[in-house]
Design a binder for this molecule. Structure first.
Ligand code: ADP
Length: 251
């Protein structure tokens, strides 16, 4: 099933930068789709449009269609709060709130009005387990979140997103600040999470895409050059530019 359908989508920033041109793709549910390509190609812009983070003043024009479960993401009347519950995002640098581990994960639910202690306890445990952090923190849930290592903080941010029970998880270079071990833990948890969620990730590098992705979209200078199964992209890409990029001819 296609969870996200993008048709003829283009975006221009308010300073005139045309950042995405005529993007067409269909992102399947319960798979990991990786957006790869050199920096400046439009990967972050694409990710951010999926939960309307680009609303923030700096976009001049968007055209085309972006549908999530047939909801028109670009509809000016769309309930953006609702959309962001359905589509969670994790950024490259973990930014825990200056609160306890527990409070960080419970925060979104509390904000949404949940007060029941046992509901909150269950939700926090579930999210921390899904983010593969529970075993490391269950005996110190009330310690400050900033006492955790960088890798643990990133899993905490993932748990914070998961606590809201989104359907789609977007991740923008989620492991760029992490060491190889912490990176492996995040990659493992994403591979588990795809059973329940649709995952769209701009990975830290092409090797990471090769390790975790089911589908790959190659963006170059605002254009989607190729989109297909990871197998195909990494073994028999159709476009010469994809071939050159994955073989490291340019970065
Ligand atoms: P990537 O994630 O592939 O590195 P981005 O989506 O960050 O690419 O950037 C795509 C293009 O849009 C680049 O030319 C970048 O400079 C430009 N860009 C990104 N954010 C903004 C912004 N807020 N205002 C103007 N231009 C931007």
């Amino acid at each position: 099933m296609d969870k996200i359908i993008v048709e003829h989508f283009s975006l221009t920033y308010s300073d005139g930068t045309e950042s995405l041109f005529d993007i067409n793709l269909r992102i399947p549910a319960n798979q990991i789709t990786a957006l790869i390509g050199p920096s400046g190609g439009g990967k972050s812009t694409f990710l951010r449009i999926l939960n309307r983070l680009n609303d923030l003043a700096d976009v001049k024009k968007v055209t085309g269609k972006v549908l999530i479960d047939n909801i028109d993401v670009l509809d000016p009347d769309l309930d953006v709060i609702e959309l962001r519950r359905k589509v969670g995002i994790v950024f490259s640098r973990p930014l825990p709130l200056p609160l306890s581990i527990f409070q960080n994960v419970a925060y979104g639910l509390e904000l949404a009005g949940e007060k029941n202690k046992s509901v909150l306890n269950d939700a926090v445990e579930r999210a921390l387990r899904l983010a593969e952090l529970w075993d490391e923190v269950n005996d110190r849930l009330h310690d400050p979140a900033n006492s955790l290592s960088g890798g643990q903080q990133q899993r905490l941010c993932l748990a914070r997103t998961l606590a809201l029970e989104p359907e789609i998880i977007l991740l923008d270079e989620p492991t760029s600040a992490l060491d190889p071990l912490a990176t492996a833990r995040i990659e493992n948890s994403l591979t588990e999470l795809k059973k329940q969620y649709t995952i769209v990730v701009a990975p830290h590098n092409t090797q990471q895409a090769a390790r975790i992705a089911d589908f790959v979209a190659f963006f170059l200078q605002g254009k989607l050059i190729e989109f297909s199964s990871a197998d195909k992209i990494f073994t028999k890409p159709v476009d010469q530019r994809t071939q050159d990029y994955i073989s490291g001819k340019f970065g």
